[in-house]
Design a protein around this ligand. Sequence first.
Ligand code: HEM
Length: 495
Amino acid sequence: RQLIVPTDPTAPPVVFHYIPWFGSAAYYGMDPYKFMFECRDKYGDVFTFILLGRRMTVALGPKGNNLSLGGKVSHVSAEDAYTHLTTPVFGKGVVYDCPNDMLMQQKKFIKHGLTTEALQSYASLMPAECHGYFNNELKITKANPGPKTVDVLHVMAELIVLTASRTLQGKEVRENMSIRFAKLLEDLDKGFTPLNFMFPNLPLPSYRRRDLAQKEMSDFYMSIMAKRRTGEHDHEPDMIQALQGSVYRNGTPLSDRDIAHMMIALTMAGQHTSSATSSWFLLHLAHDQDIQKRLYEEQVEYFGNPDGTFRPMTYEDTKKLPLMDSCIRETLRLHAPIHSIYRKVLQPIVVPQSLAAPSEDKAYVIPKGNFIVAAPGVSQMDPKIWDDAPRWNPLRWLVDGGIAKTANEQYQAGEKVDYGFGAVSKGTESPYQPFGAGRHRCIGEQFAYLQLTLVVGEVVRNYKLTAAQREFPKTNYQTMIVLPLDPKITFEARV
Ligand code: HEM
């Protein structure tokens, strides 16, 4: 392998490849982290690789994350990077199919469905969904304790969709879950793959099914809103209710169709990220009996009744569990569901010399038309930043038995930010960003933490988990979300 010297001396180095248009597609696609760590060793923190004709400039480390995620809206664009993938799935007029300023307002509207009161109400509804699933679908109960080996990704995908649909999505979606909704979701999923990202329109049946599913799903939400208006449907507070009546700053109301499309977008944003995270979490518990035992003991300490049963967790409770919180943070550190975050470069970006430079008197410039790629997972697994970086060790987040201050808290208090302890999230320049950073940062973090805490809490209260395979599962990078490959766990009811 050798370095191809780019014609422009200020352009970042280009990763060597044999086939011009194809570039590094195979290596990056198979294992993006291995590819990026290797390229970093060869070329430094900033380099360009070719991906099926696209020029992708990767900027690594906290400073690299900042360059992309903290980039000005005039310089970097998420909508130009994603709209061809997302608009056929979410629908028109929302998220990346509208100017960035409208997306920012849509994110504010969504926050109305994620208030403390809403989260409190969601917390009260989730455990019943888990118990129903344990008894009726998983069928491992005290009377029939197993052991039973399951595909944990399948189990968690079902638990996540059930708990999200009962709460955020609303009663009507939950009632239709077993009938049509799940099938539509599957067809949408199959239209939300790396293939769709690279080739937005191919004459394949999965593309056609994606389009049909989008329309049917959108119409379904429209019918829910129409029925609610006639008073035909009663419901608890949910996201549809929160979005109805929202008005853009220019006075334009959010239409029912916009709401339908935003609901689809939220489903797609939350479903795989959370089911992947909870699956990795349970896999680590199955492989680490000591942490599993401590996590069970935490549930007993905080919620155990003298008769061996547990009291339900409230939303406030879910925020006070040091070990549970640390396990989630640590799982997201090693298994950030999104390995690459893309932006299209609209204006040339000058790379700060402290990050990477071709010479002392020159800075790299990322040309307009390239994509800029942030990979927070690289800094989250960087042995230069984390002690024993590859090891899943939730205890690294605990200080004196409590959760360490976040880096933001330390930073605000004028204290030194110590990497390795505390949720290091100093704005857009941070080595820990599983939820992204900057204007496109995730707004589902609190909901995700609530859902993960409740769902995994219910699993740990009810089951002992053991690894069904000696080897920890490998990672599947062939999907948009980083998933475990063939992840089997043995469940046995606690009696
Ligand atoms: C954005 C991760 C759950 C809704 C993001 C981004 C990341 C992320 C990395 C930034 C994307 C970018 O900059 O291009 C995660 C993880 C989750 C999770 C790790 C769970 C473990 C959720 C949930 C929801 C949600 C449950 C909805 C309830 C969103 C939205 C955006 C977003 C609306 C904003 C997109 C934008 O502004 O471009 N998420 N997410 N996410 N996420 Fe999440």
